[in-house]
Structures are given as C-alpha cells and as structure tokens.
Design a protein around this ligand. Structure first.
Ligand code: PEP
Ligand code: MN
Length: 343
C-alpha cells in the first residue's frame, strides 16, 4: 500500500505519517515523484490502515493496487536507480558491456581475454570461479584461486570484475575480490543467498531464473534490497520454453516490462539465451534496441577448448564485431557506448 502526500504537505505532516506507521510496527519506504512524496508500507497492509491514513493531514490519497515488491517497484520509487560499481555506472545513458569467459581457467587465459575485451570496449570483466553446474562431474570452478586471478586481471586492465557466488557461506570471500556479486539463474530463489548478499554493500547482479516469472524475479531482487543493499542490477538471460533450437528463449519483452515495473537497471545476457555464438550478436542488438542498460557476454580466446560454455562464447574477433553492431544500435536509441573501439 502507498500513501501519496499532497504537494502542500509540510515536513511535520510527512514525519507524522511515517511515525504513525513505524510506531505500529510497519516498515516504511519514502520515495519522490516530481514534487510528490510517496510513503510505502512494506508487506501486507491490514484492512482499515489505508482509510486511517487517508484522514491524516497532508495525505492526498492511498492506493492498494501496488505490487508487494515495494523497494524495487517504480510505483514507490519513480526515478530510475543508477548502480555505481567501482567507477562504472549502470542505469545511466551508457550501455555497459560486461565481458569475459564463463569460467576463469588460468592466469594466462583470464589476462589475455581481459586485455582483448578491454581493447574492444568492455567496461567490466566477468569470469566464474564458483560454477553452478548441472552435472556434479562438470568443472566446478577454481574457487578462491580463480577469484584472485580475476581480480588481478581486472586491476591490470582497469576493469571492475563480476563473479558468481553460489552459497551464502561464500559471500564474504567473494566480496573481498569482486566489484559486483553475481547471483546465478539457478540461485535466484536461494533466499538465504539473496539475504546474505543484501547484508553486504557490494552491488549485486541477479540473473532471472530460466523458470521464473517477472514477478518472482522482482521478489528475488526485493529480498536483497530489503536486507539492506539497494545496489541491485537485474539480468534477463533467457527462459525455458517449448523451443529447443536455442538453449533458452531470450525474453526480450522482459526488458520493457522490468523497466516499467522497477526502477532498477536492467541488463541482458544473450550468451546463455542463445547457446550458440552465431546468434549472440543479433540478440545483443535486440536487447539494446529494447532498452537494456547493458550486456553480459561470454568471450573466450580459444572457445573450442573452453572448460565451460565454449559453444556460446564469442571469439575475440566475434566480440569486436558484436561491439560494432551494439554501438550502431546504441546511437539509434540515444544511448552511448563508452570505451575504446579497436581499429
Ligand atoms: C554464467 O553466467 O556463467 C551462468 C552460469 O549463468 P546462468 O546463471 O544465467 O546460467
Ligand atoms: Mn556460462
């Protein structure tokens, strides 16, 4: 439930509304839309509360038709949030491209890929050190050694780094090395992991589960924010449908829907949606055209020998070509792509 305060509402009247709610034990959020103030009640509001608030001085109207994910919802916070991660801002005019291998495999591999993607305009470096694999016999990642190599490659190239955390017990360790913590599609409803990421200050990139509705996705983001961390980035990465030609079906419509429902920045991972590198460029362009704030793309210097997701990883030349296409679309939708373009 939200209470929209009148334009003439005084500071004292606003404080009285918030105090009344808090003294009754409600968690409250206060947002601004133009010159209007919106007071939101987190969680279910009991019958009668809206009527009680509506009689208070300074309250113009109360509304029930708002979603339960108050903290991430545009209904409560109309202005778009910009998430800043070690000098890079996601959610502004710039299309931020995050690129790198599925898994960190060796020092030589991550350093070489980092240099190449930086030269082509990537603004952040990705690389998995803890890998959530479908099979227990698949490569599980290099663990802390992988994080150390990723952080070193990021430092050398000046790119902030993103890596996945798979369990709540690893959040502190991962946060020591990375600039952005990734919560993978399979972990999107690991509520203890979401809460643990919410209790630390580094930005959190949440991937939509391939089995989740947009509502479930936004509720997952709400877990992180409600535990204290507002620095959340949403990532659409393809959902499971009847179609088997692609690894997943990229839900391009999720981009405008998420942007309408939430004030959080939205990025797209075309790699895990396509499953095949030949389609990654087209999906990247579609994502940017649809309004995405950034891309998360898998790139490998020797994809045939990659330990995971080689088939969907762009080659270095493929990534350069993708960036050229993305720059053209970005211009067409009045966005920018900062960073060097290799000649
Ligand atoms: C990944 O980014 O390598 C990954 C495992 O992605 P997802 O969680 O979307 O499957
Ligand atoms: Mn992968």
């Amino acid at each position: 439930m939200i209470a929209i305060l009148s334009r003439e509402c005084t500071l004292k009247q606003k404080a009285d509304v918030v105090r009344l709610l808090e003294s009754d034990g409600y968690r409250v959020t206060v947002g601004v839309r133009g010159d209007e103030t919106i007071v939101g009640v987190l969680g279910a509001a009991p019958p009668g509360l809206a009527e009680r608030l509506a009689t208070m001085p300074g309250v113009r109207e109360t509304r029930h038709d708002v979603p339960p994910y108050a903290l991430v919802s545009r209904a409560y916070h109309p202005e778009t949030t910009r998430v800043r991660a070690s000098g890079v801002t996601i959610g502004g005019d710039e299309i931020v491209v995050i690129a790198g291998p599925c898994s960190v495999e060796s020092e030589a591999q991550i350093r070489s890929i980092a240099r190449s993607v930086a030269a082509s305009g990537a603004r952040m470096l990705r690389g998995g050190a803890f890998k959530p694999r479908t099979s227990p016999y698949g490569f599980q990642g290099m663990g802390e050694d992988g994080l150390r190599l990723l952080a070193a490659a990021g430092e050398e190239t000046g790119l902030p780094v993103v890596s996945e955390v798979v369990g709540p017990e690893d959040v502190e360790l991962c946060a020591r090395y990375v600039d952005v913590l990734q919560i993978g599609a399979r972990s999107m409803q690991n509520f203890r992991l979401l809460a643990a990421c919410g209790r630390q200050p580094k930005p959190v990139l949440i991937k939509r589960s391939h089995m989740a509705t947009i509502d479930e996705f936004l509720n997952a983001a709400e877990y992180v924010v409600s535990h204290g961390n507002p620095r959340v980035i949403l990532c659409e990465r393809g959902i499971r449908t009847f179609e088997t030609a692609t690894r997943n079906t990229l839900d391009v419509s999720a981009v405008p829907v998420l942007r309408e429902r939430s004030h959080l920045p939205v990025i797209v991972d075309p790699s895990h949606a396509a499953g095949k590198r030949e389609w990654v460029g087209a999906l990247s362009r579609a994502a940017v055209a649809a309004g995405a704030d950034g891309l998360l793309v898998e790139v490998h210097d020797d994809p045939e020998r990659a330990v995971s997701d080689g088939r969907q990883s762009l080659t270095i030349e493929g990534f350069e070509a993708m960036m050229r296409g993305v720059r053209r679309i970005a211009e067409a939708v009045d966005r920018t792509v900062v960073g060097p373009a290799r000649a």
